[in-house]
Design a protein around this ligand. Structure first.
Ligand code: PGA
Length: 244
């Protein structure tokens, strides 16, 4: 099974162009994560994909609360969202989201029954120092982001490895390096007693490189930004993955 998740970021979608169901195999789960205001429209128009959100607030008091500008897990549930992207590097950068905040969001979302797509990834300065530096950086993120997560949630955890230098840059990590990171994370999480989670890659995935990135059965899917904004392009990706 491959999970192909569209992260529309803050782009304004033309939802009508997404209506028609593309043909893709049973080996694929397609997920669309629109900006909050478009979630309802996507739910109404796009029957062939599951719904994701790009963020969630770290608290969810019954009946709501005084948190201007925030969106709670319960609100997302009422819209039919089942996946929540947490800890994207753009949220870490522009909203100054810390690993501690990310951990709160992860714990809350798992408890509420969502599938959590937790984004981690190193900047170029770390990558330039070699794989050991990358390993330390990612482990430090995971240690906090997944702190106190109980093993019973492992089926709902999707780690999206997104090297920051690969996001929106047209440069993807090599399949060999992605597999190396997947091994590092697998070993680390088994030592932490979280065990087997799903491992996704993100960072400049498109119709031309998706095949070689997702070929290995160790890579469970992709989180796709730029190439997921236009329906036509995203559907092409689905058709390539169908043939894997
Ligand atoms: P990209 O973005 O595909 O445009 O590199 C991926 C992401 O940020 O999730």
């Amino acid at each position: 099974m491959k999970f192909i998740i569209a992260n529309w970021k803050m782009h304004i979608p033309n939802v009508k162009t997404w209506k028609q169901k593309p043909s893709f195999g049973k080996n694929i789960r397609a997920v669309i994560a629109p900006p909050f205001p478009f979630i309802g429209e996507v739910k109404k128009n796009v029957s062939w994909a599951e719904l994701g959100a790009q963020d969630v607030f770290s608290k969810d008091p019954v009946g709501g609360g005084s948190f201007t500008g925030e969106v709670s897990a319960s609100m997302l549930r009422s819209l039919g969202v089942s996946y929540i992207i947490i800890g994207h590097s753009e949220k870490r950068k522009y909203s100054k989201e810390t690993d501690e905040i990310i951990n709160k969001k992860v714990l809350l979302s798992l408890k509420k029954g969502f599938k959590v797509v937790l984004c981690i990834g190193e900047p170029l300065t770390i990558r330039a120092k070699g794989i050991l530096a990358v390993e330390n950086f990612l482990k430090n993120q995971l240690k906090v982001d997944l702190g106190k997560v109980a093993v019973r949630f492992q089926n709902n955890i999707y780690i999206a490895y997104e090297p920051i230098w690969a996001i929106g840059s047209g440069k993807t990590d090599s399949p060999k390096d992605i597999l190396e990171v997947s091994d590092i994370i697998e070993k680390f999480l088994s030592r932490k007693k979280i065990g087997k989670i799903k491992f996704l890659y993100g960072g400049s995935v498109d119709e031309n490189n998706v095949e070689k990135i997702l070929k290995s059965e160790k890579i469970d899917g992709a989180l796709i930004g730029s190439s997921s904004v236009e329906a036509k392009e995203f559907k092409k990706i689905l058709s390539v993955v169908s043939r894997l």
